[in-house]
Write a protein that binds this ligand. Structure first.
Ligand code: UFG
Length: 326
């Protein structure tokens, strides 16, 4: 059985869907603070899914899961992930993302579970020194969110050396899109991400474009938008890698290509088939001009490759926007 923490959230739920469709038995552990019960109900229709509501900050909650289930491997998504909020409230981020993960790892060690795939982020690199960013790029996070993820990466290295716990850390660039059958998708409250915010905009709520004076091809920030189903497939490859005796390692997950905010906006307008009201606003604090992944290592070692382009991602996000529960 595979334990997925945060499996009721955006990226976690897409992995759970992919695992269930492959016939795997899955346990989702989620506090439902940010994840959604509706997502769990949808996933339950896809296969053998157990759901446990609990919080990683309570050791007993997570110990209980290992006590009564035979877990082979863990995929750990549960975390807070808003960069801006982490600057204002670092305690919340370190307590949840680091201390919560320590509880999970302690439970794994106690019950002899030695394989984990961990959701990491491009934020572990900080301000880019060069582009595209490969895995050897210096790691100097510029916010508590990135720090919390990097701390866990370092803990995982130490736990391998001391206890033989094998990990794969997947450093996502900009996750986007939704399930191709529009059953699950991105559902944050409040929503801060680019594509849903463009798609949700209307005459009552214009889309705010944060800065058009960056040193980029058209003045707007460039990001590497990676489809969420492609991210899910990378986790499956990572689990296979660990099951085959793979050593602890870390990989960027991106497309090797960057798109500007204006380019993404144009794709959204084309998919929606209408003009979207837009307002140019000042830069958002902490946004680097360009963040693009070098994804060669994941391709070579995990035999993974992204298959879905930006247009496909935006189309699926738009289909999901039409059905997202209010
Ligand atoms: N943007 C807008 N308007 C919006 C939302 C976003 O113009 O309403 C712009 C941002 O300024 C940025 C780009 O769109 O230039 C992408 O912004 P997102 O908020 O969608 O994504 P980020 O690149 O800020 O953040 C993502 C993940 C984080 C992760 C970070 C790594 O969401 O979890 O990449 O640097 F930490």
């Amino acid at each position: 059985m595979i334990l997925v923490t945060g499996g009721a959230g955006y990226i976690g739920s897409h992995l759970v869907s992919a695992l269930l469709e492959r016939g795997e038995d899955v346990i989702v552990f989620d506090s439902l603070e940010l994840g959604h019960m509706e997502t769990v109900e949808t996933l339950k229709e896809l296969g053998n899914l157990k759901f446990v509501q609990g919080n990683l900050k309570n050791l007993d909650d997570i110990r209980g899961v290992f006590l009564v289930n035979k877990i082979n491997a863990v995929v750990h998504f549960a975390a807070y992930s808003q960069v801006g909020e982490s600057v204002i409230n670092p305690q919340k981020y370190y307590y949840n993302n680091v201390y919560g993960t320590l509880n999970l790892l302690n439970a794994m060690l106690e019950f002899g579970v030695k394989k984990i795939v961990f959701s990491s982020t491009a934020a572990v690199y900080g301000e880019p020194k060069y582009t595209p960013i490969d895995e050897n790029h210096p790691q100097n996070p510029i916010n508590p969110y990135g720090n919390s993820k990097l701390m866990v990466e370092r803990i995982l290295d130490d736990y391998d050396r001391a206890y033989g716990l094998k990990s794969v850390r997947l450093r996502y660039f900009n996750a986007c899109g939704a399930d191709s059958k529009a059953r699950i998708g991105e559902w944050h409250n409040p929503e801060t991400h680019l594509i849903p915010n463009i798609l949700k905009a209307d005459s009552a709520k214009t889309f705010k474009m944060f800065g058009d004076d960056y040193d980029t091809k058209d003045g707007t920030c460039v990001r590497d938008y990676i489809n969420v189903e492609d991210l899910a497939s990378a986790h499956i490859k990572a689990l296979e890698y660990l099951n085959n005796g793979g050593q602890t390692d870390y990989f960027n997950l991106g497309t090797n290509e960057g798109n500007s905010v204006k380019e993404v906006f144009a794709v959204c307008e084309a998919v929606k088939g209408e003009k979207i009201p837009v307002e140019i606003c000042p830069r958002r604090a902490g946004d680097p001009a360009i963040l693009v992944a070098e994804n060669k290592k994941a391709k070579e070692v995990l035999c993974w490759k992204p298959c879905k382009d930006l247009n496909t991602s935006v189309k699926s996000a738009y289909e999901w926007e039409k059905v997202i529960p209010q």
